[in-house]
Design a protein around this ligand. Sequence first.
Ligand SMILES: Nc1ncnc2c1ncn2[C@@H]1O[C@H](COP(=O)(O)OP(=O)(O)OP(=O)(O)O)[C@@H](O)[C@H]1O
Ligand SMILES: [Mg+2]
Length: 370
Amino acid sequence: MTDVLARYEELVAAGELRPDEDQRRTAERLAALARQLEEQPARGSVLWRMLRRAPAPARGIYMWGGVGRGKSMLMDLFFGCVSMTAKRRVHFQEFMLEVHDRLRVERAREKGDPILPVAAALAEEARLLAFDEMVVNNTADAMILSRLFTALIDAGVTVVTTSNRPPKDLYKDGLNREHFLPFIALIEQRLDVLPLNGPVDYRLERLGGHPTWYSPIGQAATDAVRAAFFRLTDYPPEDSIHVPSEELAIPGGRLIHVPKSLKGVAVFSFKRLCAEARGAPDYLAIARHFHTVIIVGIPILGPEKRNEAARFKTLIDALYEHKVKLLATADAEPINLYPEGDGAFEFERTVSRLMEMQSRDYLALGHGED
Ligand SMILES: Nc1ncnc2c1ncn2[C@@H]1O[C@H](COP(=O)(O)OP(=O)(O)OP(=O)(O)O)[C@@H](O)[C@H]1O
Ligand SMILES: [Mg+2]
């Protein structure tokens, strides 16, 4: 096992990260948790069986703070340092979609409270659940979270999560919030709540001062978004051929190939996103999963490209609604992308959104926040 704090300090010493006292403190706490997790007997081991019941889980952590404070970075560092295999890192909203799917299956069996068997199955699969970007903005989630997480922790799962809000502000002003309050109490009692809310938005700093829309398409534009990708992901540009790809699952069972996917940043070609038969569910999955999307090769769309234009509009709506940061290389400025054709009038809103998405205020918003 690599020590989380040592690794953090290495990155600071190497100049990859700027020293940040909140981050260091959090890394220290994460390091202690990683050690504790390693010391627990593995499920099914002789020692575990001698205990007869799941040992009390190591106390989890809730990191919260404004955007770009390094929450996901620390979570990745921590997760990579934990060597046990029964661990899972998942985007919170995707996890909840999966939970609802599993609940549906359980309910069809009509046997008592479906949450308990679902939690038991999840606990069987992972002793550490690491969630990125906990947000609660729908009633369906709000109503089950308390029971689900109580059952998970009772079954021996350690929960580590990041969020843009302190627990008390989750599901703020939500419908029937009184039923949600036990979840807040649960977090405050059973997780360490650590603020990571210093003055510096490191992501904005990395994007800051650089434009996000590059036209025309050409070497200069390609070099610029390439540099942005490496700045955002800390990936060494000389290893660019090894940047991982990903198959992102779309609810309903389809997949979309993401040619470059790293640390919440995805690169797609316009062709893949908008010239194939894709629709809102694909775009919503992308918008939920990635905080930053780079689209390369957006052409000027003539009237005959009305399907591409319509898909592009749906895509931008999804990205905009989830506050996804967009970088693009395009043959024209937004205003000249689709000047005439079916839906060109509605496309004006897309243009306006594309303009707003380049603003510093938009770039400073949290992913997926209301
Ligand atoms: N101390 C630091 N020095 C330099 N860069 C940093 C530092 N901490 C984080 N970063 C970089 O800043 C960017 C944003 O960090 P990260 O993605 O972890 O933010 P976050 O808190 O998860 O934000 P969000 O709430 O939007 O998800 C990343 O590229 C990360 O590597
Ligand atoms: Mg993050």
